[in-house]
Write a protein that binds this ligand. Structure first.
Ligand SMILES: [Zn+2]
Length: 136
């Protein structure tokens, strides 16, 4: 399911042909899907959430929790799978999260909200991830 390094797109045009228009807008142009519309908002299926662009493992399903914010939310990620970038767009100070492997946009990370003991919420677009069910 993970793209070999040799097949990872190098340009935005190469990404554009691999992804649907909606996926391209979110993953490569830092778009945000409307709240409550994503396919994984309420998903409880066990498995591994991977980057929809490159297939890298990002979030085990046991890190997913109900945040009632309208997007899939996770309180932890596979170590090293995510990179954080300061985002001061829209007049807000937020931290953008991207796939460390292919630099695709995932969403934003928030701290100190108290949802879970880890006190972290990775707010991720469903279009940025794909669940690989464990079959359990
Ligand atoms: Zn990726």
């Amino acid at each position: 399911m993970s793209l070999p390094d040799s097949e990872l797109p190098r340009t935005e045009d190469e990404w554009r042909v691999r992804l649907s228009p909606e996926e391209f807008r979110v993953l490569r142009e830092h778009g945000t899907e409307p709240a409550w519309t994503g396919e994984y908002v309420d998903t409880k299926t066990p498995g591994m959430y991977r980057c929809r662009a490159c297939g890298a493992q990002l979030y085990p399903s046991d890190t997913k929790f109900d945040s009632h914010c309208g997007w899939p939310s996770f309180d932890d990620a596979i170590p090293g799978a995510i990179k954080e970038i300061e985002d001061n767009s829209l007049g807000m100070r937020r931290t953008e999260i991207r796939c460390a492997r292919c630099d695709s946009h995932l969403g934003h990370v928030f701290h100190g909200e108290g949802f879970t003991p880890k006190n972290t919420r990775h707010c991720v677009n469903s279009l940025s991830i794909r669940l690989d069910p464990s079959g359990a």
